[in-house]
Ligand binder design. Structure first.
Ligand SMILES: Nc1nc2c(ncn2[C@@H]2O[C@H](COP(=O)(O)OP(=O)(O)O)[C@@H](O)[C@H]2O)c(=O)[nH]1
Ligand SMILES: [Mg+2]
Length: 188
């Protein structure tokens, strides 16, 4: 996939143009790794072992045709009250004012029980009436015969049919082709 970094935007975004897909998830969930794997370019998004403090939306233009918006991670315990409020404001502005937004992908960690904070985000996406998908990432960390049950539990907790949750792993290249197909279809 041809990729062009459009910039890191802590405040105002460039005006909406091409069809856009947003990627959301808790800090450290594996979002940057997943975007890199889907785009096929390691190092496009910075990955790290320590939850970042990036409070900005990073935009990438892909195949001259669509835009990926990497939203700041949430749920990191050590951020200040002010940062948390800023995060809320930023994503509310974004979800409410991006007419080109075709899909919001929420990444959840397949290795741990469903997280309340993810339910909160998914519920707010519903309130904005935004189409959504869930990528259950780090699925490599779940024993093969327990993967279906893990996905079912996530679906039940977040109120999403299990067949709309994509098992994913950047490390073991699981779900990458399905993700590419989905993103291609929604940005057509
Ligand atoms: N086991 C496993 N670990 C992953 C996977 N994807 C990312 N990670 C690890 O999770 C940590 C955070 O990854 P990163 O992509 O920076 O997460 P982000 O904060 O959500 O952007 C890093 O240590 C990655 O190596 C995956 O598919 N499987
Ligand atoms: Mg990241």
């Amino acid at each position: 996939m041809k990729a062009l970094f459009l910039g890191s935007f802590p405040n105002e975004l460039p005006p909406p143009t091409l069809p856009e897909v947003a990627f959301a998830g808790r800090s450290n969930v594996g979002k940057s790794s997943a975007i890199n794997a889907i785009v096929g370019q390691n190092g496009l998004c910075r990955t790290s072992g320590t939850p970042g403090r990036t409070q900005a939306i990073n935009l990438f233009q892909l195949d001259d045709r669509w835009i990926a918006a990497d939203l700041p991670g949430y749920g990191y315990a050590k951020v200040s009250h002010g940062d948390r409020a800023r995060w809320k404001q930023m994503v509310a502005d974004y979800f409410g004012h991006r007419p080109t937004l075709r899909l919001v992908v929420t990444f959840v960690d397949a290795r741990i029980p469903p997280q309340e904070i993810d339910t909160v985000l998914i519920q707010s996406l519903r309130e904005y009436n935004l189409p959504m998908a869930i990528f259950a990432t780090k699925i490599d960390g779940v024993t093969r015969n327990k993967r279906a049950a893990a996905v079912a539990a996530l679906g039940k907790a977040h109120g999403i049919p299990a067949d709309r949750i994509l098992p994913f792993s950047a490390h073991e290249a699981i779900g990458i082709e399905d993700a590419r197909r989905l993103l291609h279809v929604v940005t057509r």
